[in-house]
Write a protein of this length. Sequence first.
Length: 118
Amino acid sequence: MTSALAVIVEIIVGVIVLAPVLWLVGRVIAGKTASLVHAVWIVVLGVIINEILGALVQGLLGLLITLVVWIALIKHFFHTSWSKSAIIGIVATIVLAIIIVVLALLGLGAIIGLGALA
């Protein structure tokens, strides 16, 4: 079971690191329907739902359900199709992974353990 403090830290890190990446990728793919406020909501709700689902469903099924929830959040808030939402999620994850690698190379590797990709 994850503590409330860990969830709060994950939300804060997600808002700082993931939300801008999600917003920029969403802006490129979805257009003006993608706003930074919506990206923040996607991250906050995604982290909370992920924690709840993680406590209820583990393994591959939990991973698949979590992926569908994240894509559904992107679809809802950015007003896109399922396919564009999936593309936004994939591209944002790749961009975020690149950012994390660059930060790790710069000596800021501790951010990797804070669950920014989750």
